[in-house]
Ligand binder design. Structure first.
Ligand code: ADP
Length: 238
């Protein structure tokens, strides 16, 4: 079985002044190639920390993070940056587009940063068509609606065909109609390109677009009922 994401005993402790704030307390999970997974849980349970660690934007306190076969927890900064650039696409709640350049240039910039490994022209056209952006490419971000801006951000994130697409509350700034449009597009990208996606969300309706929900609480993954039963079986049968 090929995993795109695998974490082992992952911990992250933030140091705030003289106080340690444990954000992740031993996280173990895997995501298979082509899976579309939602991470849910109350505010402060560690979802963003986990996503930032998977994306190589933070280093863990301990444990392993294997992304498409490479352990980025034990790699140096340069290697981690290279993995991030070549293998990972990001979508954020606040879109994070460059405001002074057109939608087209925002996307082109991502292709150029990637060098020659990005999608070919046909795939670029296909992705823009799929995201309904064909007529919008000369607009600057502020001339677009929130839903359209998020679709540009989505195009930018997948234009280089990353192994893993990470989305941090991608519908958090959108109304319900646009939230459904963006989630449908994520699902279409997953289906058409077998794109592996991990999305953080608060909203149960958003999570219904995904294959699987990973629930977090207090810096850990909540075991599913079946796992819990197996884990504790020995105790009951003693
Ligand atoms: P979530 O995304 O589920 O809301 P976070 O990963 O943002 O959770 O936060 C998990 C815990 O780590 C919280 O207690 C939060 O206050 C703390 N935390 C997050 N980022 C930082 C930081 N940069 N410095 C200190 N503590 C942080």
């Amino acid at each position: 079985m090929r995993f795109i994401v695998e974490t082992r005993d992952l911990t992250k402790v933030y140091r705030v002044g003289k106080v340690d704030v444990p954000a992740l307390r031993g996280v173990n999970f895997q995501v298979k190639k082509g899976e579309f997974v939602a991470i849910m849980g109350p505010s402060g349970c560690g979802k963003s920390t986990l996503l930032h660690l998977l994306g190589g934007l933070l280093s863990p306190t301990s444990g392993d993070i294997i992304i498409d076969g490479i352990n980025i927890a034990s790699s140096g900064d340069r290697r981690r940056t290279e993995v991030r650039r070549k293998k990972i696409g990001f979508v954020f709640q606040r879109f994070n587009l460059f405001p002074t350049i057109s939608a087209k240039d925002n996307i082109e910039l991502a292709r150029k940063i990637h060098g020659n490994h990005g999608a070919d022209a046909t795939t670029v056209d296909e992705i823009l068509e799929m995201l309904g952006l064909k007529g919008k490419m000369d607009h600057k971000p502020l001339e677009l609606s929130g839903g359209e801006q998020q679709r540009v951000a989505l195009a930018r994130a997948v234009i280089n065909r990353p192994s893993l697409l990470l989305a941090d509350e991608p519908t958090g700034n959108l109304d319900s109609v646009n939230s459904h449009i963006v989630m449908r597009m994520l699902r279409d990208l997953n289906l058409k390109y077998n794109q592996t996606i991990v999305v953080i969300t608060h909203e149960p309706t958003t999570a219904t677009y995904t294959h699987r929900i990973i629930e977090m609480l207090d810096g850990k993954i909540v075991p599913k009922h079946a796992d819990f039963h197996v884990e504790h079986e020995g105790v009951f049968t003693l």
